[in-house]
Design a binder for this molecule. Structure first.
Ligand SMILES: [Zn+2]
Length: 402
């Protein structure tokens, strides 16, 4: 299967024109077509470095934002309409075993939120789940990591202390922790604790860091510690975000994350647009770096992610709305994804491409959007049907394109 594209973004610093991309897949038919997609641009699929799959309900929760500290939101969120509606579908019994009961319905919504916005990888920040949670999904939910919720609130959703969890990582996988999510003294004290506990490490992925001053950001760069930026969630909850310009100036490995839809953006495409709109001084190319090679480094992903070779089994093909490949991402909507292939398997895109693959059509859902026929791997429509039958009415989620 060869696809001729207008441009190919290999990585943030390497773009080539008029490229023929060769798809590697174990399910390709013997005879495949040569596709002329000169009105498209090819990218490596995106990487969402921070989400809470179980939190992907809608709309956002909490009325009294911005808060001085996220802990106030966590309390208020539990009485919000959104939380109460989600509780009709899945009751949080405090055990956080997301393979049990109806949890899977909501975490699957989260997976599709990421899939429909071109993410092949998502880091689901939650206590470590059973293997089955991470296996057999259309996109990759990062499996090898250790984590703590935060230094201020501890591991209330399960897991060991931050220091023990870090030790378990043996420096060989990401250790993920929320930090400095607020503007009060409690949030400001977190960086000191992080240093005290010796957690400022190359495999640490700090989420948010809103309180960090320039000196602290510099220390993150010096220690090769990654920082995840979630601008939508930060501005909604706290009213400000990390000093992103200093992060870039000092060369911190910055990655981008949506957080869940209960505090963050409706999907990754919106997160990228918002980041650029609110911080126009940041080159779009740098934002692309955050969602590709920087994320690959922070999440310890294999080379097949975050970079696009001309022969590939991972591809994100976007309709060309802007000739500049980076600006084109900003103009992209869910419907503009022409083809998304993950590990050689077509997971979302225009129906016509499926004719090149040996697939079981019952594994797919087909729908029309803006006049074009689309396919998606799996059955998100059944999830919605099940949720609707539990609720007794139809619930719309803005991150689903059908
Ligand atoms: Zn979070």
């Amino acid at each position: 299967m060869n696809i001729k594209v207008n441009s190919c973004v290999h990585d943030a610093d390497n773009i080539s024109k008029n490229v023929n991309i060769k798809i590697k897949s174990h399910i390709l038919k013997k005879q495949t077509r040569d596709w002329d997609c000169s009105d498209t641009i090819a990218y490596p699929p995106f990487i969402n470095a921070h989400d809470h799959l179980i939190g992907n309900w809608f709309p956002k929760a909490g009325k009294n934002h911005p808060y001085k500290n996220v802990s106030t939101w966590v309390k208020e969120m539990r009485t919000s309409e959104s939380f109460l509606e989600r509780s009709k579908v899945w009751v949080n019994d405090g055990k956080f075993d997301l393979t049990q009961g109806t949890a899977r319905l909501i975490t699957s919504l989260g997976i599709y939120k990421n899939l429909f916005s071109g993410c092949a990888v998502v880091q689901d920040h939650i206590s470590k789940q059973k293997d089955e949670y991470y296996d057999n999904n259309p996109i990759f939910i990062l499996k090898k990591y250790t984590q703590c919720h935060s230094l201020s609130m501890g591991n209330w959703w399960g897991g060991k202390s931050a220091v023990e969890e870090y030790k378990d990582s043996e420096g060989k996988m990401p250790f993920v922790i929320h930090i400095g999510e607020g503007i009060d003294d409690v949030a400001k004290q977190c960086f000191k604790k992080l240093e005290e506990y010796d957690l400022l490490k190359p495999n640490t992925l700090l989420i948010h860091g809103i309180t960090f001053n320039r000196e602290q950001i510099k220390k993150c760069a010096e220690n090769n510690t990654s920082i995840c930026w979630c601008p939508v969630s930060n501005l909604f909850l706290i009213g400000r975000t990390i000093d992103i310009e200093s992060c870039l100036e000092f060369g911190v490995n910055v990655v981008l994350g949506t957080d869940s839809t209960m505090s963050g953006s409706i999907n990754f495409l919106y997160e990228i647009k918002f980041a650029k709109k609110k911080f126009p001084q940041i080159p779009t190319k740098e934002i692309f770096r955050m969602i590709s090679t920087n994320a690959r480094k922070a999440l310890f992903l294999p080379d097949t992610y975050g970079k696009l070779e001309e022969e590939t089994s991972n591809l994100l093909l976007l309709r060309m709305r802007d000739i500049n490949p980076f600006e084109n991402i900003l103009a992209t909507l869910m419907d503009d994804i022409e083809l998304f292939i993950h590990n050689g398997i077509p997971v979302y895109g225009e129906l016509k491409f499926l004719s090149d693959f040996e697939i079981d059509r019952t594994d797919y859902y087909f729908f029309s959007v803006s006049g074009s026929k689309k396919f998606v791997k799996g059955h998100p429509e059944k999830i919605i049907k099940e949720i609707d039958s539990i609720l007794g009415y139809h619930k719309d989620f803005p991150f689903l394109p059908f």
